[in-house]
Design a protein around this ligand. Structure first.
Ligand SMILES: *Cc1c(COP(=O)(O)O)cnc(C)c1O
Length: 341
């Protein structure tokens, strides 16, 4: 297979149209078998549920080339399971997990020429999503749905190394208690756009959202979970029913405990504790880990001892171990790496 002639190392994180995408339709109470298509456009009735009441959920994962030249995905079974949970919460018909995995395999294989080569730092981002397609004007779930998967090559998240970022504690809330913060739905992102644009205008890279009920506890950012390292080397990560269960975060917790012998605490984290941590980071599929150097809480600066120049040493170890597992340089736990071809 001939790779596309793309400047892999200088790709950004943007949409590059690839050749094939997967489509499956839900009608009369069942999903069809699904097929690959070259048509990148979606034509729907003006009154489709997705347009009127935002009935749509999505996933995000990556395919990449390992050191020994295979194209693989990382724990796609967890994306499949999470999409089932997201769909159920929005009264959408869950896509069978086996069909989810098959759809990913088909699209990645069909676009293998766009999977960046090993060592380029670039990856193939995979975007599965589902939406209500038939007309609904009274507020109710749609009867018909479309599930699609497209892929797009994305560049190295950090060009020239991962520099620690400065974030702010937001005055906006991301998710309500008993709301939809724990599912991957576009609606959680639509309402975060104003908050992130405002934060960027003020010079911050990201928002730290607090729990909406008491505003005393740390939740997450718009699209990544937090990890913290204590001064005595423990990993701490916030627990809340309104946080999206990041697969990267769950994998880092496992790596910390089983590969690095660290103590891992998954618990409520109070804003007042932030000043006591040694290192902080954001984690998610896109960047794996982005180090946080400083958190600004309404004029009060919390500066982590790891500083603003490089990733904290423990965060770095976590990052190197997880990316080593993903790229096939370090032996993976059973079932983490799905070889596509
Ligand atoms: C997708 C997402 C994450 C990261 O999850 P991963 O499975 O690690 O990619 C974190 N927070 C939110 C709100 C998300 O939507």
């Amino acid at each position: 297979m001939e790779k596309k002639n793309l400047d892999w190392a200088n790709l950004g994180f943007g949409y590059v149209q690839t050749e094939k995408r997967y489509v499956s339709v839900y009608k009369d109470g069942k999903w069809d078998n699904g097929t690959l298509t070259e048509d990148a456009t979606v034509t729907l009735n003006e009154c489709a549920g997705v347009f009127q009441y935002a009935q749509t959920v999505f996933e995000g994962l990556k395919a990449y080339t390992t050191e020994d030249g295979h194209i693989v995905t990382f724990r796609p079974d967890l994306n499949a399971a999470r999409m089932v949970e997201s769909a159920k919460r929005l009264e959408m018909p869950p896509l069978p997990e086996a069909q989810f995995i098959d759809s990913i395999n088909q699209v990645v294989k069909a676009n293998a020429a766009y999977v960046p080569p090993y060592g380029s730092g670039a990856t193939l981002y995979i975007r599965p999503y589902m939406m209500g397609t038939n007309p609904v004007i009274g507020v109710k779930p749609a009867d018909e749905y479309m599930y699609r998967v497209f892929v797009t090559p994305v560049g190295p998240y950090f060009k020239g190394g991962a520099k620690p970022i400065t974030i702010k504690i937001s005055d906006f809330d991301r998710a309500a208690p008993n709301g939809t913060g724990h599912i991957k739905a576009g609606l959680n992102y639509a309402m975060s756009l104003h908050a992130i644009v405002t934060a960027h205008e003020e010079g911050y890279a990201e928002n730290m959202y607090l729990d909406a009920a008491t505003r005393t506890k740390v939740e997450e950012t718009g699209g990544a979970n937090f990890i913290f390292i204590t001064k005595d080397g423990k990993m701490v990560t916030p627990k809340s029913d309104s946080i999206l269960p990041s697969i990267t975060r769950r994998s880092l917790m496992y790596v910390a405990e089983h590969y690095l012998g660290m103590t891992v605490e998954h618990r409520e984290v109070y804003k007042d504790e932030l000043k006591d941590f040694a290192e902080a980071g954001l984690c998610g599929t896109a960047a794996v880990v982005s180090p946080v150097g400083k958190i600004v809480d309404h004029g009060t600066e919390i500066c982590f001892p790891s500083g603003m120049d490089e990733m904290g040493p423990v965060t770095k170890k976590l990052y190197d171990t997880l990316t080593g597992i993903q790229m096939g340089r370090i032996e993976a736990p059973e079932g983490w790496i799905h070889t596509i071809c």
